[in-house]
Design a binder for this molecule. Structure first.
Ligand SMILES: [Zn+2]
Length: 442
């Protein structure tokens, strides 16, 4: 049993933003009480007035002036790029060669990997992320160290050894059979750990770094074990040309994965900047999910994903920080960048809808829609409490929708006015700002 599986019942009180389970909308409760039971699942989300009306005791407001919402879900982030965040050596292929591959080679050292894993988990939590889809390096030892840190810090995650058997320095390459065997052993150890809090995810880096044999084997492993698959697709025009040359039989980029058994309802595809209408249609028909990484796309000058193409086809979309091409672990920052990107691509999504993608959307995109991303009885109590700008007043006479949009815009755009106060996973306090009892178990 994991140390973090020891749970206690509890409650918090304050303003709460509750996502709709399916539509990109929110309900606002100005003074709510959120309770969870010993298993870490929410048992009640109700107004303080209702609690008072029954004559039940009311807990004090947990963080006055702050708002509770479901923990952020980062659907795309690279653990071994933590130390090279902001390395300005793009575009994509030169950035990989100059900044990423030399750093990822250092993860052959298990002790280094364990040190960085601890910092990585700390960065996720301090930004209010409670669940993440993570690429490790190509090293089994580093991947194991990552899972150990995720377990210790109480995070929810899917993570995988990054598969590469060509197109990178020798120190990062691992032959297909050896790599897939290592994946099997990591899945045996970690997949489903602590009642599904941790999952192993099959993680080919992208077509250019994998032979067809490795991709086919990865698809088979995912199929046999019921695992999720995450990979990159269609990020940068030069990558598209090189991929077409490396896979001459594939009709387009999506077909590289489609033809080798890697495109299905448990597939999470990052970037999707340059997909054709046919690729969008097939991705949608396969019920694959998409992770939108706008900050990374800006940093590497890759272009921007046309969000409307995905949402218009009811494709599940989450937001990804994509650290280290993304310059921040904050999903609030990712949502702000998604707003900017949506202006460029003509998608008409406002702050409330984008904040929904950063929480509930990510839960649905990663197959955790039945577990997290809603503040309602039955969902697990993965929560973040964010301070609001104290000096920004709310005008009188707004409708509820207008109030939600205003609150969402402050959460998304006013990151520098107020930070994360407290983070809980299954009700257990996983992180708290200094002065709020950081490091306490409850
Ligand atoms: Zn990435």
């Amino acid at each position: 049993m994991s140390a973090n599986s020891i749970r206690a019942a509890g409650a918090v009180r304050g303003r709460a933003l509750c996502p709709d389970p399916h539509a990109r909308r929110w309900r606002l409760l100005d003074d709510a009480v959120l309770r969870w039971g010993e298993g870490g699942a929410l048992s009640a989300v109700e107004s303080a007035r209702a609690v008072e009306g029954r004559g039940d005791p009311l807990p004090p407001v947990t963080h006055p002036g702050a708002v509770w919402l479901p923990g952020f879900v980062d659907t795309h982030v690279h653990f071994p790029q933590t130390q090279i965040i902001g390395s300005a050596s793009g575009p994509l292929l030169s950035w990989l060669e100059r900044s990423v591959f030399p750093e990822e080679a250092r993860f052959a050292d298990d002790a280094y990997a364990a040190r960085v894993a601890e910092r990585f988990c700390e960065q996720l939590l301090r930004q209010g992320t409670t669940s993440a889809s993570i690429y490790s390096s190509s090293h089994p030892g580093a991947t194991h160290a990552l899972f150990e840190a995720l377990d210790r810090r109480g995070l929810r995650a899917e993570a995988g050894l990054t598969l590469m058997d060509r197109g990178a320095p020798d120190a990062l390459l691992r032959p297909a059979e050896e790599a897939l065997e290592a994946c099997g052993a990591l899945a045996d150890r970690w997949h489903g750990h602590d009642a599904g809090r941790l999952r192993f995810c099959v993680t080919p880096r992208f077509g250019l770094s994998c032979t067809p044999g490795l991709l086919r084997g990865a698809g088979r492993l995912a199929e046999e074990r019921g695992l999720w698959v995450q990979t990159h697709i269609s990020e940068n025009p030069r990558e598209l040309e090189a991929t077409a040359a490396a896979f001459p039989a594939a009709r387009d980029y999506l077909a590289v994965y489609e033809d080798l058994g890697l495109l299905h309802a448990r597939t999470l595809l990052a970037h999707c900047v340059w997909l054709s209408p046919s690729e969008w249609d097939r991705l949608s028909a396969a019920r694959a999910a998409v992770t939108h990484c706008p900050d990374s796309n800006l940093f590497l000058g890759s272009g921007q994903m046309p969000l409307a193409e995905a949402l218009g086809r009811a494709v599940r979309v989450g937001l990804g920080s994509d650290v280290g091409a993304g310059r921040s672990f904050s999903l609030r920052r990712a949502a702000a960048r998604a707003y900017d990107a949506s202006r460029i691509t003509g998608a008409d999504e406002g702050p409330a809808a984008l904040l929904w993608l950063a929480t509930r959307g990510g839960a649905l995109a990663t197959g955790r829609g039945g577990e997290v991303g809603c503040l309602a009885p039955g969902y697990e109590a993965d929560l973040v409490c964010v301070a609001l700008p104290p000096d920004l007043e709310e005008p009188a006479g707004l409708s509820e929708d207008e109030r939600v949009e205003l609150l969402a815009s402050r959460l998304v755009f006013c990151e520098d006015w107020g930070g994360v106060r407290e983070v809980r996973v299954r009700g257990r306090r996983a992180w708290a700002a200094t002065g709020e009892g950081a490091g306490e178990g409850r």
